[in-house]
Write a protein that binds this ligand. Structure first.
Ligand code: ADP
Ligand code: MG
Length: 263
C-alpha cells in the first residue's frame, strides 16, 4: 500500500476536494483505495455521503488506538473506495496526544502492515489533512510515503509552501526519512485572472517538474457536489473539474512506484 498525504496548512485551497476526487478516480481505475479523513471538520466524510450518525469508528479512534483500521474503515457508495470518517472529536485528539508516547507515530502504527494484517488489501491510501501543521498533520506526514500538495494560485501561495516544505524537511530528518513529495497541483485556476496566471508561472519556475501538468480549474460543479454527498466525478463526470481530476489521477499513477504494493 502506498500512502499519500494531501496537505497544505492553508484552509480552503482544495485539499478535501482533491482528496475526494482523486480517491474516486483511483478507485474507478481499479485501485483498492482508502481515504482517511483527518480533519475534525469531516468535510471529506460529508462529501462522500457519510452522514454524521453513520460515523461510528473514526480517525479519532484510530489515532487514540481505540479501534483497529478494520473497525474504522467503512465502504462508500463508490465501488473500491473505503473511508475512515472524522468527527469533531478529532479536534480533541490534538490535545490528548500531547502527553502520549510516540505521539507523531500513532497513525503510522495504526496503518502498519502488521496492524492491517490481511485486512482489505488496500493499494493506495489518501490522508485528507486539516489546515494546520499541528499534531494531526504531523501524524499524516509520519505515516505517509509521499505528499501531494494542492496550491491555490494566489499571491502568498509560495510563502505558505516554503513553510510546509520546512516542516517536511523536519519530518524527513526525524521521524520519516523516506517521506517524498509526489507533486504540487495548482487548484482553482482561473485563466481569465492575470494574477492567477502569473502565480502559476512563478510556481512552475520555482518548483519545475514537481508541479503536475494537470491544473484544476475553478469550477462551480466541484463546489456543488459535496452538498449532494457525492464526488464531482459522480455528480457530473464530464464537467471541467472532473476531467481535470481524471487527468491528475492519470499523472499521479505515472509518478507512483511501478509495483503496486498490496497489503
Ligand atoms: P481545503 O480542504 O483545503 O480547506 P476545500 O477542498 O474544502 O479546501 O475547498 C474549499 C472550498 O472551495 C469548498 O467550498 C470547495 O467546494 C471549493 N472548491 C475547491 N476546489 C474548487 C474548484 N476547483 N473550483 C471551485 N470551487 C472549489
Ligand atoms: Mg479540507
Amino acid at each position: 500500500m502506498i500512502t499519500i498525504a494531501i496537505a497544505n496548512q492553508k484552509g480552503g485551497v482544495g485539499k478535501t476536494t482533491t482528496a475526494i476526487n482523486i480517491a474516486t478516480a483511483m478507485a474507478a481505475t481499479g485501485w483498492k483505495t482508502l481515504l482517511i479523513d483527518l480533519d475534525p471538520q469531516g468535510n471529506a466524510s460529508t462529501g462522500l455521503g457519510v452522514a454524521a450518525a453513520d460515523r461510528e469508528n473514526t480517525s479519532y479512534d484510530l489515532l487514540l488506538d481505540q479501534a483497529t483500521l478494520a473497525e474504522c474503515a467503512q465502504p462508500t457508495d463508490i465501488p473500491g473506495l473505503d473511508i475512515v470518517p472524522a468527527t469533531q472529536d478529532l479536534s480533541g485528539a490534538e490535545v490528548e496526544l500531547v502527553s502520549v508516547v510516540d505521539r507523531t507515530a500513532r497513525l503510522r502504527n495504526a496503518l502498519s502492515a502488521q496492524e492491517r494484517g490481511s485486512f482489505a488489501g488496500y493499494e493506495v491510501c489518501f490522508i485528507d489533512c486539516p489546515p494546520s501543521l499541528g499534531l494531526l498533520t504531523l501524524n499524516a506526514l509520519c505515516a505517509a510515503d509521499t505528499l501531494l500538495v494542492p496550491l491555490q494560485c494566489e499571491f502568498f501561495a509560495l510563502e505558505g509552501l516554503s513553510q510546509l516544505l520546512q516542516t517536511v524537511e523536519r519530518v524527513q530528518q526525524g521521524f520519516n526519512t523516506d517521506l517524498g513529495i509526489v507533486g504540487v497541483v495548482l487548484t482553482m485556476f482561473d485563466r481569465r485572472n492575470r494574477l492567477t496566471d502569473q502565480v502559476a508561472d512563478d510556481v512552475r519556475d520555482c518548483l519545475g517538474k514537481l508541479v503536475f501538468d494537470s491544473v484544476i480549474p475553478r469550477n462551480v460543479r466541484l463546489s456543488e457536489a459535496p452538498s449532494h454527498g457525492m464526488p464531482a466525478l459522480v455528480y457530473d463526470h464530464n464537467c471541467s473539474g472532473s476531467r481535470a481530476y481524471i487527468g491528475l489521477a492519470r499523472e499521479l499513477i505515472g509518478r507512483l512506484p511501478e509495483k503496486r504494493k498490496a497489503a
